[in-house]
Write a protein that binds this ligand. Structure first.
Ligand SMILES: [Zn+2]
Ligand SMILES: [Zn+2]
Length: 335
């Protein structure tokens, strides 16, 4: 089978590997679609520690090809989405149901082989039924999970004002889910093409911080009060700082955009306004809901997929995403 293997920063190779055989509680999945996440680009740049050599890709879906002898939950031919976390199930955070934070767990595409491959070996507990979900959507479920996790933390009220910084795949998906929850969404991004997409995804207002002061713009749009919630999904320091400024006193902040070297907003702003802050690292228990939402068509990933590539093309695409020469929203990989 063909697989895209990460050896170190900037070193990614397409390799022919032997087809792995599932252990008793494992399943061999024939990958139909996988998507490139901002995290993959950060791994490629060497900004995140993983365990090379490892097959990248943590957002993927496919068809059950072969099951281990103790597997009863799935059968050959079933369409599945893979949740990339293989938690220990026994530590304190696992016992609390927050298995996404398990310190002893494995993660496909980090320290377990991932989905940028023709086949992937996964534990049966990582699989979710995705019958009937179009392949393109099945291969890009993670942004929906992150959006649901972000809004679950914020726990907003109907008709609240929500500011979403960054309209990449995560921000655009947050915008969609927030509209379903009856929020008024103000989407912020410097790229006009992404603001167009944000409008398409239902944003009530869009703000380009290269053209206007976003803090002033949000104050005006909210009648001088400030927003109830801000979600930072751009991974930029400027937006982290703005997020504390755009919310009203007693408002909430959710941080989901990752980047090396980021620090929190000014403490004075946080304390004077008694801001509640949350951080999101994927979230637990949300894959079935995310799959349902995609299947219903209420949330869509297809409009966000700007490029579809093969495994052979992927190393070049990672390089281009890394050096900024490819302007993509979501890149889908079809092995
Ligand atoms: Zn990701
Ligand atoms: Zn654990």
């Amino acid at each position: 089978m063909k697989a895209v293997v990460f050896y170190g920063p900037g070193e990614v190779a397409v390799e022919e590997r032997p087809l792995p055989s599932p252990g008793p509680d494992e399943v061999l999945v024939r990958v139909q679609a996988a998507s490139v996440c901002g995290t993959d680009v950060r791994i490629y740049r060497g900004e995140i520690d993983v365990s090379p050599p490892v097959v990248l890709g943590h957002d993927f879906a496919g068809v059950v090809e072969k099951v281990g002898e103790e597997v009863e939950e799935v059968t050959r031919g079933m369409q599945v989405v893979v949740e990339p976390i293989r938690s220990c199930g026994a530590c304190r955070v696992c016992m609390e149901g927050r298995y996404n934070l398990c310190p002893d767990g494995g993660f496909h595409g980090f320290n377990l082989d991932g989905g940028f491959s023709e086949y992937a070996l996964v534990h049966v507990t990582c699989l979710h039924d995705a019958q009937g979900l179009p392949v393109e959507e099945a291969g890009a479920v993670e942004p929906v999970v992150v959006a649901l996790a972000s809004l679950r933390k914020a726990n907003p009220h109907l008709w609240d004002y929500l500011v979403v910084f960054g309209q990449g795949p995560i921000g655009l998906t947050i915008t969609q889910v927030a509209k379903l929850q009856g929020l008024r969404v103000i989407a912020v991004d410097p790229l006009p093409r992404r603001l167009d997409l944000a409008r398409e995804m239902g944003a009530d207002h869009v703000v380009n911080p290269d053209e206007v002061d976003p803090v002033q713009a949000v104050l005006e749009l909210t009648g001088g009060n400030g927003a109830d919630v801000a979600i930072e999904a751009s991974g930029t320091q400027l937006a982290v700082d703005w997020s504390a400024e755009v919310v009203r006193p007693g408002g909430k902040l959710v941080f989901v955009g990752e980047q090396s070297g980021l620090h929190g907003p000014p403490m004075e702003e946080m304390m004077n306004k008694e801001l509640e802050t949350f951080a999101v690292a994927l979230g637990a228990g949300l894959y079935p809901r995310a799959i349902d939402l995609l299947a219903s068509g209420k949330v869509q990933m297809r409009p966000l997929i700007t490029h579809t590539v093969t495994l052979e093309e992927l190393p070049g695409v990672l390089e281009q995403l890394s050096d900024g020469t490819l302007e993509a929203v979501k890149v889908l990989v079809k092995p």
